[in-house]
Design a binder for this molecule. Sequence first.
Ligand SMILES: [Zn+2]
Ligand SMILES: [Zn+2]
Length: 316
Amino acid sequence: MELRKDPITQSWVILGQREARGDAPEECPLEPAKIEKLRPILTWPAEGAWQVRVLPHPDPLYHIEGEPGRVAEGMYDKMVALGAHEVVVETPQHDRRMSQFSDEEIERVLWVWASRIADLKKDARFKYVSVFKNQGAMAGEEWPHAHSQVTATIFVPRRIKYELSSAHEWFKDKERCIFCDTVRQEEKQGKRIVDVQGEYYALCPYASRVPYEVWLMHRRHNHLFEQARPGSNRRQLAALLGRVLRRLEKVAPAYHLVVHTSPNTKNKKGELAGYWKTLPDIVEKTSKSYSIKEVYFNAEMPEQAAANLRALDPNS
Ligand SMILES: [Zn+2]
Ligand SMILES: [Zn+2]
């Protein structure tokens, strides 16, 4: 596996073959009987019956050993595919989807995500920690058993870099946070809001890239998903996420969920140096399309998508 940078789009691309997997295993590899034999990275709750367990990915895209340096190849840059790749088993039960979890169960998964982000950010080699969930065959899920994935990379994914540099420009211009401004604007207009829980909002973004794109944002600024604001309430985020997922499942057979948080600021050299200085801030957002396409065609207007989602009963 190696990472190559496209000098034109600035994207890092992983190239190489994953280990041959042969035929799909007949039995689910995430069953408790199987994974209890493996050494977990994290188990939650730590005592008694566990709900969430984190394991190394059996066929990782990134490997933890190696040096992060870049190597020039003529005009190009490449790096070894250094990083971490973990699987979060969200429940011991094979046929329960996250949308069917109680608020408390979703909160446990959120807590595990936060805890893995915080832990991986202690490694200064890692510039960004991604948490994502592909649910459904059409979204490219690896196994049907409810799970999500965590990757720590030695580069900041391009989409995140774009968000940071736009936020930076906005701040230079207005001395305000672009994400907080977005929430204010949506709050005022209301027509793209899907649902609200406490100070958390679920909304279809103004320029939705795909049908039923939904962002979950807090009203008050926080750039660290892994570090809940004092007085904030992750149970509310869990409740809102559960309802949004139940609505989405009524209109879509599959979805991507992505957590957005700030990059690792341990190592301020290199890529981050330019846009981090005046930007201590990027807000948490979950449940976003995880697409690598750059030009989007979306036939579903976000105002209509929000209205459709609002009209669906998440509790039936
Ligand atoms: Zn299973
Ligand atoms: Zn903000």
